[in-house]
Design a protein around this ligand. Structure first.
Ligand code: NAP
Length: 250
């Protein structure tokens, strides 16, 4: 039997890298997507257990590039069992200081990558998986979708939007055995969060969790591997918090 396959966006570093490692450990052939860090993506590939992995580059801000990435993945694997939309950006600013132009320049790219690109790939994968008769889509969102992002409202909006898209697709494609999940991490120790975690706010961020620390990327990777393999169908539509009890939703 063919080994199952997965496409992980933004797998050149951070959480995406940890997800790729965990999926390879679980027996997947992984398409390691990168945007600018091609060499890093190839290093990730060398670390993966098993064979048949591939590195594919695409700037997901570009609509056509998303479709090309998806088509290249299918061309390589002939099937796609799991899509993980992980690529994302986060930028903090003092809102009160922004000009109108700066606001637009802050809003647009984050929404385009974190929400529009992830939704587009979700659509492409769901259609393919429906034809295939099964598949799982896992969208990486954020705690910021729920508790407000006063220095990055576009980020909170993009992740809240992606939660809603995940739940909508879970409903739309359930009859086709396509299961869709969202994973909402709090702070994770990656390059994206490094400036904040290493700066003056680092200790107060770690103290947000009663565990006294932020998450390690592998903790998110292992949760995604669970969703890709073992999670029951009836969990489809769920948004899984992984935030060390730092923010408990009702
Ligand atoms: P990261 O270390 O900054 O990695 C981001 C990844 O996204 C990289 O692989 C990067 O590719 C890719 N990427 C950036 N711009 C892109 C573009 N235009 N087109 C395609 N790919 C692009 O981030 P991370 O901390 O691992 O975060 C991963 C995900 O988890 C994000 O969606 C983030 O919002 C979410 N998250 C992170 C945290 C946290 O505290 N770290 C908390 C909650 C949620 P290249 O490196 O190849 O350019």
């Amino acid at each position: 039997m063919n080994k199952p396959t997965a496409l992980v966006t933004g797998a050149s570093r951070g959480i995406g890298q940890a997800i790729a490692l965990a999926l390879a450990d679980a027996g997947f052939r992984v398409a390691i997507h990168y945007s600018t860090r091609e060499a890093a993506a190839h290093k990730v590939r060398q670390q993966l257990v098993g064979s048949g992995h591939v590195c594919l580059g695409a700037d997901l801000m570009d609509t056509k590039a998303r479709e090309t990435l998806f088509d290249q993945t299918l061309h390589h694997f002939k099937q796609l069992d799991v899509l993980v939309n992980n690529a994302g950006i986060f930028q903090e600013d003092e809102l009160i200081d922004l000009t109108r132009d700066q606001w637009s320049q802050k809003w647009q790219p984050t929404i385009e990558l974190n929400l529009t690109a992830a939704s587009h790939l979700t659509f492409l994968a769901a259609q393919h998986m429906a034809e295939q008769g099964k598949g799982r889509i896992i969208n990486i969102t954020s705690r910021g979708a729920f508790r407000g992002e006063p220095r990055a409202p576009e980020y909170g909006a993009s992740k809240a939007g992606l939660n809603a898209v995940s739940q909508s697709f879970a409903q739309a494609y359930a009859a086709k055995s396509v299961w869709v999940f969202a994973v909402a991490p709090g702070f994770v120790e990656t390059d994206m969060a490094a400036e904040l975690l290493n700066g003056p706010k680092g200790d107060s961020i770690r103290a947000q969790s009663p565990l006294g620390r932020v998450a390690q990327p592998q903790e998110v990777g292992n949760l995604v591997a669970y969703l890709a393999v073992d999670a029951p169908a009836y969990l489809s539509g769920a948004i899984l918090d992984i935030n060390g009890a730092s923010y408990l939703r009702n």
